[in-house]
Design a protein around this ligand. Structure first.
Ligand code: ATP
Length: 904
């Protein structure tokens, strides 16, 4: 069928003809038919561009200025007849390339897995039932339900459209949304004018409707234009980029220094040129942090994976760093702080307050009045409320076993269940008798939904449900118990709304209007001042337990939490109190915010934690106000109109489940489970990643500097070298690429979430780190020279003295690793000593390598080493302990000083 479909001008066909061409039906395909079409025609996806092959990826590891320098050094070394040294340099290059290659592969795999988690889903009708499926499983003939914020998953012929506007920028470059309707258009009109079609990849800006799939995958318009989907992952963040640049400058600096040393040494030094050259090469290799970029990349990849495991999917890598510095989280209420598992608990009419029983979404349960079952015949208004609930509704209930599930909005699911409870007529009691003619979809801006239906006998009714203020404003009167109507008693309803909200219930109002038999369309003018209020519905949505703990964790971590909700102020306040937000005495509503100028809002935004009845525009203003106060803002969002606020926030976070595609695309992070606790987990991981990047740098730079300093001092002081060039190369080979990597896998420190957020502009190489580099470099040089002269003093062979100095350096690097692991707190805990598998793997590898180079005769011949006596070995380890004690004491003093400063 696929091949014959391509030339059909679906835009010019009527819906009936289009259905016929694709052999579909209004009710959608059957499951079996869809499966068989999928098998014959393939999945709905664009072909991927070919990846770089493994060989190309491996070779690209050598395309790096540092590597060129090393290769040149290896060549000259070889020409100077230092074959072993040349071999070791080549081994350094090769091992670096292999490690870089493997890590890059791993990082790409991590990003791929994440892309898989962000797969587009789509609502379709199968066997007349609404289902959510992977967009790749769509086939020609499927009926797709779409609404504002959705990305269109395939080319669709519109079957039904209510106020639909679509942004077709992805296809036509035109950014202003265009109107879409179901009527056919001229056969020869251009793509941009095909208002009866929705094209794959475009974004629904407003409205809702349903469409028939007429082309999938590469047969869609976008597939024909773009052909291949390129998916290059950029694995970098500002910090990594900054370090890349830093590493380049450092290389240049080291090369200049090496040049000067070479000149100085050959003019004034005692070493023969070839030995001098080797020493300078050794120094350069020691000082150049060639492994740093690779270690930083893998640190990020490990962070991305750790976040994904905790349900936070990173769409843009730099967000990882930003998350670590978040100082205020602005969050939605429904689904994020609460479970979004709604149940109707209360019905309020003019004369009575009913309690509703039942659990979950099962459409059975009692309606009680004063603890007795309410008589439906006596309270006819209950049937009217059931009808309004069920008809003004896009959700569907389905059952498997004993469990009832909702397809669609959980709140609407709860209203369906309510209708079943009132009528006793199952999950969709009115569907057979009423046909929907028109809809005004729910929109956060007007906060109601309206539908026009026709009954089989010709009666036409408009039903409206929505936020009580919004619906009350449209009502001309209210329904009485006796059946008649009377003027709206605003005071009574206001009290009832407050009473429900104070219990944390979400309140909806239901209203109805009867219209003439020829009334077909629906607009706001049909509602305004024409509706009859039926009553109120109170829904409970319990807070998430884990959100309560997460809010407390935020407060401990110095992070503010602000609830920004579209819900009623009273409901928001009650939920905020249950969740444990700080300032629950003040609530600012959208209307209040409108009264404030930007400066006033900046002040208010700091003091207030609850914002109710807000619209997306208010979210944007709040982000800007908080940022103006120097805060780093994380903001959640789900609707299509949340995109500007998400983009503006430092970390935009979209809801993976209830969020629209528009929100997800604007956000940096997507929450797989919509849970507030996952945001906090992501912040904690963000802090850990930043810490680990810092640790990698803090370990690499001082060890490099320490090695380099040892050689520089020896050269300038005219001393014999305590470590030969080839030994330095060896140390670099085994330590920097093993020990450094251990830090990429560091878990969060215990204190990660009990310190205040990092300042956004905090420099990476701050005073503390610079001081640490100086201190560690000096201690390294002192220990290496110390052990060297100690050995010479005991009349050991100079080769043995050098072997001891080399082992000293490695032992220092291992102890330094254990010191760096706990940057903010003491290292003297069992947890710190116990280490991690990664740490011990690296330590064992390095120790094994050192034993080999020290005691294996073949390696001794290459590296000029001699076996170190047992007691001297112990001395070296003891000196390592002393080094550790010194740097640890210095850290403890620093921590104590900082604490006393903070207390003061
Ligand atoms: P949050 O922003 O915390 O997720 P919310 O879901 O309450 O809160 P909105 O979706 O903007 O925010 O809803 C605002 C109000 O509009 C709700 O309190 C409710 O009264 C009403 N409302 C929400 N969904 C619908 C709907 N499908 N039909 C009619 N009215 C609705």
């Amino acid at each position: 069928m696929r091949d014959t479909m391509q030339d059909v001008a679906f835009h010019a066909l009527s819906v009936t003809d289009a259905l016929e061409r694709v052999q579909g039906s209004e009710q959608g395909l059957t499951g079996e038919e869809a499966a068989s079409r999928l098998l014959t025609h393939g999945q709905n996806r664009l072909p991927q561009a070919a990846r770089r092959s493994a060989v190309v990826r491996f070779l690209s590891q050598f395309n790096n200025i540092l590597i060129y320098v090393l290769l040149a050094a290896a060549l000259v070394t070889f020409l100077l007849e230092h074959a072993v040294d040349a071999g070791v340099i080549l081994a350094v290059v090769l091992v670096n390339a292999i490690v870089g290659f493997l890590q890059e592969g791993r990082a790409e795999a991590a990003m791929d897995a994440i892309r898989g988690m962000l797969a587009l889903r789509s609502s379709v009708l199968r066997n007349g039932q609404r289902r959510s499926i992977d967009a790749t499983d769509l086939v020609i003939g499927d009926v797709v339900l779409f609404e504002a914020g959705d990305r269109i998953p395939a080319d669709l012929r519109i079957m039904e459209a209510h106020g639909v506007k679509v942004s077709e920028a992805a296809l036509t470059g035109e950014s202003v949304p265009v109107d879409k309707i179901a009527d056919p258009v001229a056969r020869n009109c251009a793509i941009g004018d095909r208002s009866s079609m929705l094209f794959s990849g475009t974004l629904v800006a407003t409205g809702s409707g349903r469409g028939l799939v007429v082309a999938t995958g590469s047969r869609t318009e976008i597939g024909r234009i773009s052909g291949l989907l390129s998916d290059v992952v950029t694995l970098t963040t500002p910090l990594v980029h900054q370090m890349d640049v830093f590493a380049r400058w450092l290389t240049l600096f080291i090369l200049i220094l090496a040049g000067i040393l070479l000149l100085y040494g050959s003019s004034f030094g005692a070493l023969p040129f070839s030995e001098l050259f080797m020493t300078v090469v050794g120094l350069s290799v020691a000082a150049i942090p060639e492994g740093l970029p690779a270690v930083m990349t893998i640190t990020l990849a490990v962070g991305v994976q750790a976040m994904a495991k905790r349900n936070a999917i990173v769409r843009r890598l730099p967000a990882i760093e930003t998350l670590g510095s978040v100082s205020v989280i602005c969050t939605d209420k429904t689904g994020t702080l609460t479970r979004n598992e709604m149940t109707v608990a209360t019905l309020v009419t003019r004369d009575h307050v009913f309690a509703v029983d039942g659990v979950g979404y099962a459409p059975d349960g009692a309606i009680r009045l004063h603890d007795a079952d309410a008589d439906r015949q006596e309270h006819r208004i209950l049937i009217d409320m059931a009808r309004a609930s069920a008809l003004c509704n896009d959700a569907m209930l389905s059952v498997s076993g004993n469990t009832w599930r909702v397809e669609g909005d959980p709140m609407e699911g709860a209203l369906m269940a309510l209708a079943g409870k009132i009528t006793g007529g199952g999950p969709d009691p009115f569907s057979g008798e009423w046909d929907r003619l028109a809809t005004i979809p729910f929109d956060a801006a007007h906060r109601y939904m309206a539908v026009l239906h026709e009954e089989r006998n010709g009666q036409r009714l408009i039903h409206v449900k929505g936020a009580p203020e919004a619906v009350l404003a449209l009502c001309k009167d209210q329904r009485c118990a006796e059946g008649g109507t009377r003027d709206v008693e605003t005071g009574y309803w206001a009290d009832e709304i407050e009473a429900l909200a104070a219990k944390g219930q979400r309140v909806l109002a239901l209203a109805v209007r009867s219209v003439r038999g020829n009334h077909r369309n629906l607009s706001a003018a049909d509602l305004d001042g024409h509706l009859t209020l039926l009553g109120l519905v109170g829904l409970i949505d319990p807070p998430r337990k884990e959100a309560i703990a997460a809010v407390a964790a935020c407060h401990r971590a110095g992070i503010g939490v602000k609830m920004i909700t579209g819900d009623h102020a009273g409901t928001a306040r009650a939920i905020a109190a249950m969740i444990g937000l700080k300032h629950t005495d003040r609530v600012l509503t959208g209307q209040d915010i409108d009264q404030l100028d930007d400066l006033q809002l900046e002040h208010a935004a700091l003091d207030v934690d609850i914002f109710a009845r807000t619209s997306p525009a208010h979210k944007l203003r709040l982000v800007i106000a908080l940022q103006a106060r120097g805060l780093t803002v994380a903001m959640t969002g789900d609707g299509v109109n949340d995109a500007p606020a998400l983009k503006r926030a430092d970390a935009g976070i979209a809801m993976g489940q209830k969020g629209s595609e528009a929100a997800k695309e604007a956000a940096e992070i997507v929450l797989a489970d919509d849970n507030f606790a996952s945001i906090v987990a992501a912040v904690s991981e963000g802090r850990t990643v930043y810490d680990n990047l810092k640790k990698v740098i803090s370990w690499t730079l001082p060890t490099n500097a320490g090695e380099a300093l040892t050689i520089v001092v020896a050269l300038f002081a005219g001393l014999s070298l305590p470590i030969t060039a080839v030994q330095i190369l060896w140390i670099n080979l085994v330590t920097t690429i093993t020990l450094g990597f251990a830090l990429a896998f560091e878990p969060s420190e215990a204190a990660t979430m009990s310190r205040p957020p990092r300042q956004r502009n905090e420099p990476l190489l701050g005073v503390e780190l610079l001081w640490n580099i100086v201190l560690v470099s000096l201690l390294f040089a002192a220990a290496v020279f110390g052990i060297y002269f100690y050995a010479l003093g005991r009349d050991y062979d100079p080769a043995l003295a050098r072997t001891m100095a080399m082992n000293m350096l490695v032992v220092l690097e291992i102890f330094h690793l254990f010191f760096i692991r706990n940057f903010y707190t003491t290292s003297l805990t069992w947890r710190a000593v116990r280490g991690t598998p990664a740490v011990w793997f690296c330590v064992v590898t390095v120790t094994f390598a050192q034993f080999s180079v020290t005691y294996l005769p073949s390696l001794q011949a290459w590296f000029g080493t001699q076996p170190v006596p047992f007691v001297d070995g112990l001395l070296i380890v003891a000196l390592g302990c002393v080094f550790f004690a010194l740097v640890e004491t210095e850290k403890q003093i620093r921590i104590a000083l900082r604490r006393s400063r903070n207390v003061a």
